[in-house]
Design a protein around this ligand. Structure first.
Ligand code: HXC
Length: 293
């Protein structure tokens, strides 16, 4: 889909890059020539991913063990990354989430999620942003959100609130930092099954995925990892740099499936549609018979 040197010369940090969507994006960036830094809380997982990606792509990758909820630790990590060369891009991918009734959440439970998604994303973005602004460097920030930023999401309220906050950050910084060469965008992915999310968000401990999981998705399927990797690469590349301040869904159209009243008419067959037409026509005939002009 892309030139193999699309991201050559760029250095990109992917938070939560050791697993899941973060690993997918890191892989795609490296395939397209970028140098990548990944961070997360588990050093062994990061190192294993780094070895795998270096082997698979021949690219350069560094790993950084950090809990992004701790601002001082974030500052130290960003200083360490900058010491070997400045970043050109940041992907705010690290997140935390679990299903819970909101009335069952303790303050610490809320903080555990908001600390990663809202506060941690801000700490990393501001640590990078300050450096880019001081150096007059162009850069791109991409945040991974969800479509819940538009709809809200029951039983995952701390995540929905925090991701909505990051959407507001994206739009705000697009305007504040745009004139100084830093653009900010976000992807709101729909279902891209990963172990970290699906083990925490699958309803009632259900194990296997079923086709019914996607019955209300217009594309009738989950997203494929490579699709998200390609979209992230597209937004990190310079060739469409006029995109700034956008939160773009990549969910097969799922969040729109309640648009209007008729999304569920998918299940109607030819005979049903014939009957519907006859129903309308018979009403038209009735109306016409009562017309005086
Ligand atoms: C209620 C819970 C809970 C649960 C934890 N807590 N799990 N409360 N229901 N299922 C409470 C704990 O009791 C504790 O509060 C507080 O939260 C902190 O818990 P810890 O386990 O000490 O937290 P920590 O080790 O920091 O772990 C953070 C975490 C964890 C967020 C809770 O799940 C995590 O590390 N997740 C990272 C990976 C992840 O979540 N990936 C999925 C992202 S999916 P008390 O008061 O008891 O001390 C995503 C959006 C996907 O972001 C969108 C898909 C469409």
């Amino acid at each position: 889909m892309f030139r193999s040197d699309l991201l050559k010369g760029k250095k990109i940090l992917v938070t939560g890059g050791g697993t899941g969507l973060g690993k997918t994006m890191a892989t795609r960036f490296m395939e397209l020539g970028a140098e990548v830094a990944i961070c997360g809380r588990r050093k062994a997982v990061l190192d294993e991913t780094a070895a795998e990606l270096a082997e698979a792509t021949g690219g350069r990758i560094s790993t950084h063990a950090v809990d992004i909820r701790v601002p001082q630790a974030v500052e130290e990590m960003i200083a360490e990354i900058w010491a070997s060369g400045p970043l050109d891009g940041l992907v705010n991918n690290a997140a935390g989430n679990f299903l819970s009734r909101t009335e069952d959440l303790s303050a610490r439970a809320f903080d555990a999620i908001a600390g990663i998604v809202l506060h941690g994303t801000f700490y990393v973005t501001s640590a990078c942003g300050r450096r880019w602004l001081a150096e007059g460097r162009k850069a791109s920030v991409l945040s991974i959100l969800t479509t819940w930023v538009w709809t809200g999401s029951p039983y995952t309220v701390p995540s929905a609130m925090s991701k909505a906050g990051v959407a507001a950050m994206t739009q705000s910084l697009a305007v504040e930092w745009g004139p100084r060469g830093i653009r900010c965008n976000a992807i709101a992915p729909g279902p891209f099954p990963t172990e970290g999310a699906w083990e925490r968000l699958r309803i009632g401990g259900r194990k296997a995925e079923s086709k019914d999981d996607y019955a209300t998705n217009p594309m009738r399927r989950a997203g494929e990892q490579r699709e998200l990797g390609n979209f992230a690469a597209f937004l990190m590349a310079d060739e469409c740099a006029y995109i700034n301040g956008e939160v773009i869904a990549m969910d097969g159209g799922a969040w729109l499936n309640n648009a209007g009243n008729y999304a569920r008419l998918w299940s109607l067959g030819d005979d049903d549609w014939k009957r519907m037409r006859e129903q309308v026509q018979s009403q038209n005939v009735k109306d016409k018979s009562q017309r005086s002009v």
